[in-house]
Design a protein around this ligand. Structure first.
Ligand SMILES: [Zn+2]
Ligand SMILES: [Zn+2]
Length: 148
């Protein structure tokens, strides 16, 4: 039996169910994600199209660049997804992790777009930090730069 995880927006107008394991759980520091979310970093869990079902779906999609949608709830404004072409994965949905009912079990494994990180925001984990997408960009280092 594959794990099912549910989530949705703040008001409940958008609900989803994700089946099975995400292909990635990543902190993203890129400007676009931060802008969409309003926070200093965005943590995303990625699922393939066939793993995700919107059980209540009033989401609005803003096309942030050609073919890339960033969905949000039209009613309460909760930012929900990055959605678009995931290359060999097909259509993918990167769900904002705090929209899950139980995000505790989705543990991040990497930082993406480390060079775009807001300098005052850093966390002390030892996870790998990549220049761009974790899958296909140079690894910069593990963990923060320690200055004393
Ligand atoms: Zn809502
Ligand atoms: Zn991003």
């Amino acid at each position: 039996m594959e794990r099912k995880m549910t989530g949705g927006c703040m008001c409940g107008a958008v609900r989803y169910e994700a089946t099975g394991e995400p292909f990635a759980v990543t902190h993203c520091h890129c400007l676009s994600c931060r802008k969409h979310n309003g926070g200093p970093v965005v943590t995303l869990a990625g699922f393939k199209k066939e793993q995700l079902e919107f059980t209540k779906n009033d989401r609005k999609i803003y096309e942030s660049s050609p073919g890339v949608g960033r969905a949000f709830c039209e009613n309460c404004g909760t930012p929900l997804t990055w959605e678009g072409d995931g290359g060999e994965l097909g259509q993918i949905f990167e769900l904002h992790i705090s929209t899950f009912d139980n995000p505790d079990v989705l543990v991040p494994t990497a930082h993406a777009f480390e060079p775009e990180r807001i300098p005052w925001f850093d966390i002390a984990d030892k996870l790998p930090r990549y220049e761009g997408f974790a899958e296909d960009s140079p690894l910069l280092r593990h963990g923060p730069i320690i200055e004393d």
